[in-house]
Design a protein around this ligand. Structure first.
Ligand SMILES: Nc1ncnc2c1ncn2[C@@H]1O[C@H](COP(=O)(O)OP(=O)(O)OP(=O)(O)O)[C@@H](O)[C@H]1O
Ligand SMILES: [Mg+2]
Length: 327
Protein backbone atom coordinates (compact mmCIF):
# COMPACT_ATOMS: atom_id res chain seq x y z
CA UNK A 1 0.00 0.00 0.00
CA UNK A 2 1.61 3.24 -1.07
CA UNK A 3 1.78 5.98 1.51
CA UNK A 4 0.70 9.20 -0.07
CA UNK A 5 1.88 10.99 3.04
CA UNK A 6 5.50 10.21 2.22
CA UNK A 7 5.05 10.31 -1.54
CA UNK A 8 7.94 7.89 -2.06
CA UNK A 9 10.51 10.67 -1.99
CA UNK A 10 13.86 9.61 -0.61
CA UNK A 11 14.38 12.90 1.14
CA UNK A 12 11.34 12.41 3.37
CA UNK A 13 11.73 11.31 6.93
CA UNK A 14 10.47 7.92 7.94
CA UNK A 15 10.48 8.59 11.67
CA UNK A 16 9.88 12.01 13.15
CA UNK A 17 9.48 12.88 16.81
CA UNK A 18 8.92 16.19 18.47
CA UNK A 19 9.55 16.77 22.18
CA UNK A 20 8.73 13.11 22.74
CA UNK A 21 8.80 12.38 26.45
CA UNK A 22 8.27 9.33 28.65
CA UNK A 23 8.26 9.59 32.39
CA UNK A 24 8.21 6.69 34.84
CA UNK A 25 7.39 8.30 38.16
CA UNK A 26 10.28 10.64 38.86
CA UNK A 27 12.42 9.07 36.16
CA UNK A 28 12.52 10.81 32.79
CA UNK A 29 13.30 7.83 30.58
CA UNK A 30 13.01 9.95 27.40
CA UNK A 31 13.22 13.71 27.70
CA UNK A 32 11.95 16.04 24.93
CA UNK A 33 13.33 13.95 22.10
CA UNK A 34 13.16 15.43 18.61
CA UNK A 35 14.44 12.95 16.08
CA UNK A 36 14.46 12.87 12.27
CA UNK A 37 15.21 9.63 10.47
CA UNK A 38 15.62 10.19 6.70
CA UNK A 39 14.14 7.66 4.28
CA UNK A 40 16.76 5.27 2.93
CA UNK A 41 19.13 5.78 5.84
CA UNK A 42 20.66 3.22 8.14
CA UNK A 43 20.09 5.18 11.31
CA UNK A 44 22.04 4.31 14.44
CA UNK A 45 20.38 5.13 17.74
CA UNK A 46 23.34 5.21 20.03
CA UNK A 47 23.50 5.48 23.78
CA UNK A 48 24.74 3.77 26.91
CA UNK A 49 22.58 1.43 29.00
CA UNK A 50 19.55 3.19 30.39
CA UNK A 51 19.72 6.17 28.03
CA UNK A 52 16.18 5.65 26.72
CA UNK A 53 16.65 3.73 23.47
CA UNK A 54 14.22 0.90 24.09
CA UNK A 55 11.67 3.26 25.64
CA UNK A 56 11.79 5.40 22.49
CA UNK A 57 11.40 2.36 20.25
CA UNK A 58 8.45 1.12 22.32
CA UNK A 59 6.75 4.49 21.88
CA UNK A 60 7.41 4.45 18.11
CA UNK A 61 5.93 0.96 17.80
CA UNK A 62 2.83 1.87 19.81
CA UNK A 63 3.69 -0.46 22.69
CA UNK A 64 3.64 2.30 25.30
CA UNK A 65 2.02 5.73 25.39
CA UNK A 66 4.24 8.80 25.47
CA UNK A 67 3.79 11.05 28.50
CA UNK A 68 3.91 14.03 26.13
CA UNK A 69 5.19 15.07 22.73
CA UNK A 70 4.50 13.72 19.27
CA UNK A 71 5.80 10.97 17.03
CA UNK A 72 5.10 9.85 13.48
CA UNK A 73 6.21 6.77 11.61
CA UNK A 74 5.95 6.58 7.80
CA UNK A 75 4.15 9.88 7.89
CA UNK A 76 1.41 8.71 10.25
CA UNK A 77 0.97 9.88 13.84
CA UNK A 78 1.59 7.13 16.39
CA UNK A 79 0.26 5.59 18.52
CA UNK A 80 -3.03 6.85 17.01
CA UNK A 81 -2.51 5.34 13.55
CA UNK A 82 -0.14 2.55 14.49
CA UNK A 83 -2.38 -0.07 12.85
CA UNK A 84 -1.89 1.42 9.38
CA UNK A 85 1.84 1.71 10.02
CA UNK A 86 2.66 -1.73 11.41
CA UNK A 87 2.16 -3.76 8.18
CA UNK A 88 5.06 -1.78 6.68
CA UNK A 89 7.40 -2.15 9.63
CA UNK A 90 9.49 -5.10 10.73
CA UNK A 91 10.55 -4.83 14.35
CA UNK A 92 12.90 -6.61 16.69
CA UNK A 93 12.50 -5.37 20.22
CA UNK A 94 14.38 -6.48 23.35
CA UNK A 95 13.68 -10.14 24.12
CA UNK A 96 11.54 -11.41 21.22
CA UNK A 97 8.56 -13.51 22.39
CA UNK A 98 8.97 -17.14 21.30
CA UNK A 99 7.17 -20.40 21.93
CA UNK A 100 9.85 -22.54 23.55
CA UNK A 101 8.14 -25.83 22.74
CA UNK A 102 8.07 -25.03 19.01
CA UNK A 103 11.02 -25.25 16.67
CA UNK A 104 12.50 -22.06 15.28
CA UNK A 105 10.88 -22.79 11.95
CA UNK A 106 7.45 -23.43 13.50
CA UNK A 107 7.73 -20.22 15.51
CA UNK A 108 8.23 -18.36 12.24
CA UNK A 109 5.34 -20.14 10.53
CA UNK A 110 3.09 -19.23 13.45
CA UNK A 111 4.25 -15.67 13.38
CA UNK A 112 3.56 -15.47 9.65
CA UNK A 113 0.12 -17.04 10.13
CA UNK A 114 -0.76 -14.27 12.57
CA UNK A 115 -0.33 -11.75 9.75
CA UNK A 116 -3.68 -11.48 7.93
CA UNK A 117 -2.01 -10.04 4.84
CA UNK A 118 0.38 -13.01 4.47
CA UNK A 119 -0.53 -15.52 1.73
CA UNK A 120 -0.63 -19.02 3.31
CA UNK A 121 0.46 -20.66 0.02
CA UNK A 122 3.85 -18.95 0.13
CA UNK A 123 4.27 -19.17 3.92
CA UNK A 124 6.83 -21.97 3.94
CA UNK A 125 8.96 -20.31 1.27
CA UNK A 126 8.91 -17.02 3.23
CA UNK A 127 9.97 -18.77 6.42
CA UNK A 128 12.79 -20.67 4.71
CA UNK A 129 14.07 -17.54 3.04
CA UNK A 130 14.02 -15.58 6.32
CA UNK A 131 15.80 -18.43 8.14
CA UNK A 132 18.42 -18.46 5.43
CA UNK A 133 18.98 -14.71 5.61
CA UNK A 134 19.75 -14.85 9.33
CA UNK A 135 21.85 -18.02 9.08
CA UNK A 136 19.45 -20.20 11.01
CA UNK A 137 18.63 -22.86 8.41
CA UNK A 138 20.67 -25.61 10.05
CA UNK A 139 19.17 -24.93 13.49
CA UNK A 140 15.61 -24.34 12.28
CA UNK A 141 14.33 -27.72 13.50
CA UNK A 142 15.58 -27.24 17.06
CA UNK A 143 13.12 -26.23 19.78
CA UNK A 144 13.35 -22.50 20.52
CA UNK A 145 13.83 -23.13 24.25
CA UNK A 146 17.11 -24.81 23.36
CA UNK A 147 18.28 -21.76 21.41
CA UNK A 148 21.19 -19.69 22.64
CA UNK A 149 20.69 -15.93 23.13
CA UNK A 150 22.28 -15.27 19.75
CA UNK A 151 20.06 -17.85 18.05
CA UNK A 152 16.94 -16.32 19.63
CA UNK A 153 18.07 -12.94 18.40
CA UNK A 154 18.50 -14.32 14.89
CA UNK A 155 15.03 -15.86 15.02
CA UNK A 156 13.52 -12.56 16.14
CA UNK A 157 15.28 -10.90 13.23
CA UNK A 158 13.96 -13.56 10.84
CA UNK A 159 10.43 -12.75 12.02
CA UNK A 160 11.02 -9.09 11.19
CA UNK A 161 12.20 -10.13 7.71
CA UNK A 162 9.27 -12.35 6.70
CA UNK A 163 7.82 -9.62 4.52
CA UNK A 164 9.56 -6.88 2.58
CA UNK A 165 9.23 -3.77 4.74
CA UNK A 166 9.68 -0.08 4.24
CA UNK A 167 11.16 0.27 7.70
CA UNK A 168 13.01 -2.07 10.03
CA UNK A 169 13.29 -1.14 13.69
CA UNK A 170 15.93 -3.23 15.40
CA UNK A 171 16.63 -2.81 19.10
CA UNK A 172 20.22 -3.93 19.69
CA UNK A 173 20.14 -6.46 16.84
CA UNK A 174 23.60 -7.84 17.56
CA UNK A 175 22.96 -8.36 21.26
CA UNK A 176 24.22 -11.81 22.23
CA UNK A 177 25.86 -12.48 18.89
CA UNK A 178 29.45 -13.64 18.50
CA UNK A 179 31.83 -11.56 16.32
CA UNK A 180 31.05 -13.64 13.23
CA UNK A 181 27.31 -13.28 13.89
CA UNK A 182 27.74 -9.52 14.30
CA UNK A 183 29.51 -9.34 10.96
CA UNK A 184 26.69 -11.30 9.34
CA UNK A 185 24.04 -9.00 10.77
CA UNK A 186 25.96 -5.93 9.62
CA UNK A 187 26.17 -7.39 6.10
CA UNK A 188 22.46 -8.17 6.23
CA UNK A 189 21.60 -4.62 7.32
CA UNK A 190 23.66 -3.21 4.45
CA UNK A 191 21.94 -5.56 2.03
CA UNK A 192 18.47 -4.55 3.27
CA UNK A 193 19.39 -0.90 2.98
CA UNK A 194 20.60 -1.40 -0.57
CA UNK A 195 17.18 -2.88 -1.34
CA UNK A 196 15.63 0.40 -0.18
CA UNK A 197 14.57 -0.45 3.36
CA UNK A 198 15.18 2.24 5.95
CA UNK A 199 16.82 0.65 8.98
CA UNK A 200 16.62 2.17 12.45
CA UNK A 201 18.82 0.28 14.86
CA UNK A 202 19.82 0.91 18.42
CA UNK A 203 23.20 0.03 19.81
CA UNK A 204 25.55 0.89 22.62
CA UNK A 205 28.51 -0.03 20.44
CA UNK A 206 30.11 2.97 18.78
CA UNK A 207 32.18 1.08 16.26
CA UNK A 208 29.15 -0.92 15.19
CA UNK A 209 27.31 2.29 14.40
CA UNK A 210 30.32 3.63 12.52
CA UNK A 211 30.62 0.50 10.43
CA UNK A 212 27.05 0.18 9.27
CA UNK A 213 25.14 3.44 9.73
CA UNK A 214 24.78 6.42 7.42
CA UNK A 215 23.18 8.54 10.14
CA UNK A 216 23.17 8.47 13.91
CA UNK A 217 21.68 10.04 16.98
CA UNK A 218 23.47 10.02 20.30
CA UNK A 219 21.45 9.71 23.51
CA UNK A 220 22.52 10.19 27.09
CA UNK A 221 20.20 10.04 30.10
CA UNK A 222 17.06 10.24 27.99
CA UNK A 223 18.21 13.31 26.09
CA UNK A 224 19.37 13.72 22.53
CA UNK A 225 22.94 14.99 22.37
CA UNK A 226 23.34 15.15 18.62
CA UNK A 227 22.09 13.67 15.38
CA UNK A 228 23.13 13.75 11.74
CA UNK A 229 25.15 11.96 9.07
CA UNK A 230 27.82 9.78 10.70
CA UNK A 231 30.59 11.37 8.64
CA UNK A 232 29.61 14.82 9.94
CA UNK A 233 29.37 13.67 13.55
CA UNK A 234 32.83 12.14 13.37
CA UNK A 235 34.23 15.20 11.62
CA UNK A 236 32.91 17.33 14.50
CA UNK A 237 35.67 15.93 16.65
CA UNK A 238 38.77 16.19 14.56
CA UNK A 239 41.84 14.09 14.86
CA UNK A 240 45.04 15.26 16.53
CA UNK A 241 48.23 15.94 14.69
CA UNK A 242 50.93 13.53 15.78
CA UNK A 243 54.64 14.01 15.07
CA UNK A 244 57.08 11.27 16.02
CA UNK A 245 60.61 12.63 16.45
CA UNK A 246 63.62 12.51 18.77
CA UNK A 247 63.68 16.34 18.61
CA UNK A 248 60.47 16.94 20.52
CA UNK A 249 61.41 20.33 21.98
CA UNK A 250 62.29 21.88 18.66
CA UNK A 251 59.27 20.25 16.98
CA UNK A 252 56.92 21.71 19.62
CA UNK A 253 58.43 25.17 19.15
CA UNK A 254 57.99 25.05 15.35
CA UNK A 255 54.44 23.69 15.58
CA UNK A 256 53.43 26.33 18.11
CA UNK A 257 54.75 29.05 15.83
CA UNK A 258 52.62 27.66 13.00
CA UNK A 259 49.45 27.79 15.03
CA UNK A 260 49.19 24.24 16.41
CA UNK A 261 47.48 24.44 19.81
CA UNK A 262 47.04 22.20 22.85
CA UNK A 263 50.53 20.75 22.39
CA UNK A 264 51.42 17.66 24.37
CA UNK A 265 55.03 16.48 24.39
CA UNK A 266 55.98 12.94 25.36
CA UNK A 267 59.31 11.14 25.06
CA UNK A 268 59.36 10.80 21.29
CA UNK A 269 56.13 12.42 20.21
CA UNK A 270 54.43 15.78 19.94
CA UNK A 271 50.68 15.93 19.48
CA UNK A 272 48.39 18.91 19.10
CA UNK A 273 45.33 20.44 17.49
CA UNK A 274 46.13 21.43 13.90
CA UNK A 275 45.44 25.07 12.99
CA UNK A 276 41.93 25.72 11.67
CA UNK A 277 40.58 22.76 13.64
CA UNK A 278 37.30 24.58 14.21
CA UNK A 279 36.57 24.92 10.51
CA UNK A 280 36.31 21.22 9.87
CA UNK A 281 38.37 19.14 7.47
CA UNK A 282 42.09 19.78 7.30
CA UNK A 283 43.40 20.77 3.90
CA UNK A 284 46.19 18.35 2.95
CA UNK A 285 48.33 21.29 1.79
CA UNK A 286 48.36 22.82 5.29
CA UNK A 287 49.68 19.59 6.75
CA UNK A 288 52.35 19.32 4.08
CA UNK A 289 53.44 22.86 5.03
CA UNK A 290 53.71 21.91 8.70
CA UNK A 291 55.78 18.89 7.78
CA UNK A 292 58.04 20.94 5.50
CA UNK A 293 58.53 23.55 8.24
CA UNK A 294 59.59 20.88 10.72
CA UNK A 295 62.06 19.37 8.28
CA UNK A 296 63.30 22.86 7.35
CA UNK A 297 64.00 23.57 11.03
CA UNK A 298 66.14 20.45 11.23
CA UNK A 299 63.61 18.32 13.13
CA UNK A 300 64.13 14.63 12.39
CA UNK A 301 60.57 13.63 11.53
CA UNK A 302 60.06 9.87 11.93
CA UNK A 303 56.27 9.94 11.71
CA UNK A 304 53.73 12.58 10.77
CA UNK A 305 49.98 12.46 10.42
CA UNK A 306 46.51 13.29 11.66
CA UNK A 307 44.65 10.46 13.30
CA UNK A 308 41.19 10.03 11.89
CA UNK A 309 38.53 11.14 14.34
CA UNK A 310 36.08 8.43 15.29
CA UNK A 311 32.52 8.69 16.46
CA UNK A 312 33.89 7.84 19.88
CA UNK A 313 36.07 10.95 19.77
CA UNK A 314 32.97 12.89 18.79
CA UNK A 315 31.02 11.43 21.67
CA UNK A 316 33.71 12.28 24.18
CA UNK A 317 34.04 15.77 22.71
CA UNK A 318 30.28 16.29 22.95
CA UNK A 319 29.74 14.97 26.44
CA UNK A 320 33.17 15.52 27.93
CA UNK A 321 33.01 12.02 29.30
CA UNK A 322 33.39 8.39 28.37
CA UNK A 323 30.72 6.01 27.35
CA UNK A 324 29.60 4.92 30.80
CA UNK A 325 26.24 4.07 32.27
CA UNK A 326 24.60 7.05 33.95
CA UNK A 327 24.00 6.64 37.68
N1 LIG B 1 8.77 0.10 32.72
C1 LIG B 1 9.63 0.92 33.32
N2 LIG B 1 9.40 1.39 34.56
C2 LIG B 1 10.26 2.24 35.18
N3 LIG B 1 11.40 2.69 34.62
C3 LIG B 1 11.69 2.26 33.40
C4 LIG B 1 10.85 1.36 32.68
N4 LIG B 1 11.40 1.13 31.47
C5 LIG B 1 12.55 1.83 31.44
N5 LIG B 1 12.74 2.52 32.59
C6 LIG B 1 13.86 3.42 32.91
O1 LIG B 1 14.00 4.31 31.84
C7 LIG B 1 15.40 4.51 31.54
C8 LIG B 1 15.64 4.17 30.08
O2 LIG B 1 15.51 2.78 29.89
P1 LIG B 1 15.62 2.09 28.47
O3 LIG B 1 15.28 0.66 28.63
O4 LIG B 1 14.85 2.87 27.49
O5 LIG B 1 17.17 2.28 28.16
P2 LIG B 1 18.06 1.69 26.98
O6 LIG B 1 18.77 2.83 26.37
O7 LIG B 1 17.24 0.82 26.10
O8 LIG B 1 19.12 0.81 27.78
P3 LIG B 1 19.88 -0.58 27.37
O9 LIG B 1 21.06 -0.18 26.53
O10 LIG B 1 20.32 -1.12 28.69
O11 LIG B 1 18.90 -1.46 26.67
C9 LIG B 1 16.17 3.68 32.53
O12 LIG B 1 16.60 4.50 33.57
C10 LIG B 1 15.19 2.66 33.00
O13 LIG B 1 15.46 2.28 34.31
MG1 LIG C 1 17.37 -1.18 25.58
Amino acid sequence: MPHTSTGGRVTESVIETSALTKRYGKQLAVDQLSLTVPAGSVFGFLGPNGSGKTTTIRMLMGLIEPTSGRASVLGRPVPREIRTVLPHVGALIEGPALYGFLSGRDNLLRYDAADPTADPRTRRARAESALDRVGLTAAAGKKAKAYSLGMKQRLGLAAALLQPRRLLVLDEPTNGLDPQGMREIRALVRELASEGTTVFLSSHLLDEIEQVCTHAAVMAQGRLITQGPVAELAAGARGRLTVTTPDTGEAARVLKELGVTDLVVTEDRVTGEPPGAEEGAQAPGDLAELNAALVGAGVRVRGFGVERASLEDAFVALTGEGFDVAG
